[in-house]
Design a protein around this ligand. Structure first.
Ligand SMILES: NC(=O)C1=CN([C@@H]2O[C@H](COP(=O)(O)OP(=O)(O)OC[C@H]3O[C@@H](n4cnc5c(N)ncnc54)[C@H](OP(=O)(O)O)[C@@H]3O)[C@@H](O)[C@H]2O)[C@@H](O)CC1
Ligand SMILES: Nc1ncnc2c1ncn2[C@@H]1O[C@H](COP(=O)(O)OP(=O)(O)O)[C@@H](O)[C@H]1O
Ligand SMILES: [Mg+2]
Length: 276
C-alpha cells in the first residue's frame, strides 16, 4: 500500500484563478444533525466552508438552525425533513450525508430520499449514521460517485469484517464490492479506491475526540467540490486533516475539531504558495 506523499497537498491545492466566483468552487450540501447531534452537521459544514467550498448548505433538524447560523453565517439551511430536499440535491456538486443524522425512522426516510435524488454526476460522501443505516437496513445504493468514510466499527457493520480482522487484504476485497472509494478511518487511515490503495502516514491520538470524523467529511466535501473527485484530492483531504492536527498537537494535548477547522484557510494558502 502506497503512503500518501506530502507533495499531494501542493499538487492539489493551487492558487485560485483570478477570473472566478463562488460558483467556481463548488456547491456542497451537508445532510445530518438531529436534535441530539447538531454539532456533527455544524462541524462538517464549517470544515467545508473553511476548506474553500464556494456555497455550503445544510439540511438539518430545525432545532439546530439558530446555532448553525450563529456559528457559521456563511452556510444556508433547510429543514432536513422538507420534501423540497429532493429538488435541492440535484443542484449540488457534492452531497455529504450522515454526520449526526441518527438511525431512527426519520433518519432512514431522509437517507432514502437522498439516495434516490443524487445523480451520476454528483459526489456523494456517506458517513457516520448513514453508514450504520445502510449496513443495517440494506438500502438501495446509488449511481452517484460515492466516498464512504467509516470508522472501524462502522466498517465492521458495513463489511462484516470484525475490527481485529480488518487487514489490508480483507479491507481491499470488501471495498471492491462497494461502489466508489472507501476511507477506513483509524490511527492510520487507509483509502481504497477502485484501482489502488493509500495509507495516511500522519495522525495523532490528540485527534481522538468527538467530531474529528465529521470534520474530515467537511474537508473531503470542500476538496472534491473544488478539485474534483480523484485520488489526489481525496489523499490531500485526508493528509490535510491530519497534518493540521499534528501541528496543533505539538502544543495542545487534545486538538479540537473547531481549532483544526480554523487553521484550514492558512494551511491551504501555504500549500498553494509553496513548491512541493
Ligand atoms: N457533537 C456531535 O454532534 C457528535 C456527533 N456524532 C455523531 O454521532 C453518530 C454516532 O457516531 P459514533 O461514532 O459516536 O457512534 P457509533 O457509530 O455507535 O460508534 C461508536 C462505537 O464504535 C466503537 N468503535 C470501535 N472502534 C472505533 C473507532 N476506531 N472509532 C470510533 N468508534 C469505534 C466504539 O467503541 P468504544 O468507544 O465503546 O470503545 C463504540 O462502541 C454519528 O452520526 C456521528 O456523526 C459523533 O461524530 C460525535 C460528535
Ligand atoms: N489515535 C488516533 N490517531 C490518529 N487519528 C485518529 C486517532 N483517533 C481518531 N483519529 C481520527 O479522527 C477521526 C475520527 O473519526 P470518527 O470516529 O468518525 O469521529 P466522529 O464521528 O466523532 O466525528 C478519523 O479521521 C480518525 O482517523
Ligand atoms: Mg464519525
Amino acid at each position: 500500500m502506497k503512503k500518501i506523499p506530502a507533495s499531494c497537498i501542493n499538487q492539489v491545492v493551487q492558487p485560485r484563478p483570478p477570473e472566478s466566483h463562488k460558483g467556481t468552487f463548488g456547491r456542497v450540501l451537508v445532510i445530518g444533525g438531529n436534535a441530539q447531534f447538531g454539532g456533527a452537521a455544524i462541524m462538517a459544514a464549517s470544515a467545508a466552508v473553511y476548506s474553500g467550498a464556494g456555497l455550503v448548505s445544510v439540511a438539518t433538524d430545525p432545532v439546530n438552525h439558530t446555532a448553525l447560523h450563529a456559528r457559521l453565517p456563511e452556510a444556508m439551511v433547510i429543514p432536513y425533513d422538507d420534501p423540497e430536499l429532493k429538488k435541492l440535491i440535484p443542484t449540488m456538486d457534492v452531497v455529504a450525508i450522515g454526520p449526526g443524522l441518527g438511525i431512527d425512522e426519520l433518519a432512514e426516510t431522509i437517507l432514502t430520499r437522498a439516495l434516490e435524488a443524487v445523480t451520476e454526476s454528483q459526489t456523494l460522501i456517506i458517513d457516520g449514521s448513514a453508514i450504520t443505516l445502510i449496513a443495517d437496513r440494506q438500502l438501495m445504493l446509488t449511481h452517484a460517485k460515492t466516498v464512504w468514510t467509516p470508522h472501524q466499527m462502522e466498517w465492521q457493520r458495513l463489511s462484516g469484517i470484525t475490527i481485529k480482522a480488518q487487514d489490508e487484504h480483507s479491507n481491499q476485497q470488501a471495498a471492491a464490492k462497494l461502489p466508489g472509494t472507501v476511507i477506513v478511518k483509524s490511527h492510520r487511515t487507509q483509502i481504497f479506491t477502485p484501482t489502488t490503495s493509500y495509507e495516511n502516514p500522519l495522525g495523532t491520538p490528540a485527534m481522538a475526540t468527538g467530531g474529528m470524523g465529521d470534520t474530515l467529511v467537511g474537508i473531503l466535501a470542500g476538496f472534491t467540490a473544488q478539485f474534483g473527485l480523484n485520488d489526489a484530492a481525496l489523499c490531500a483531504a485526508v493528509y490535510t486533516h491530519s497534518a493540521i492536527a499534528e501541528a496543533l498537537a505539538k502544543t495542545n494535548y487534545v486538538v479540537l475539531p473547531s481549532a483544526l477547522i480554523q487553521q484550514l484557510p492558512q494551511y491551504m494558502q501555504q500549500a498553494a504558495t509553496t513548491r512541493a
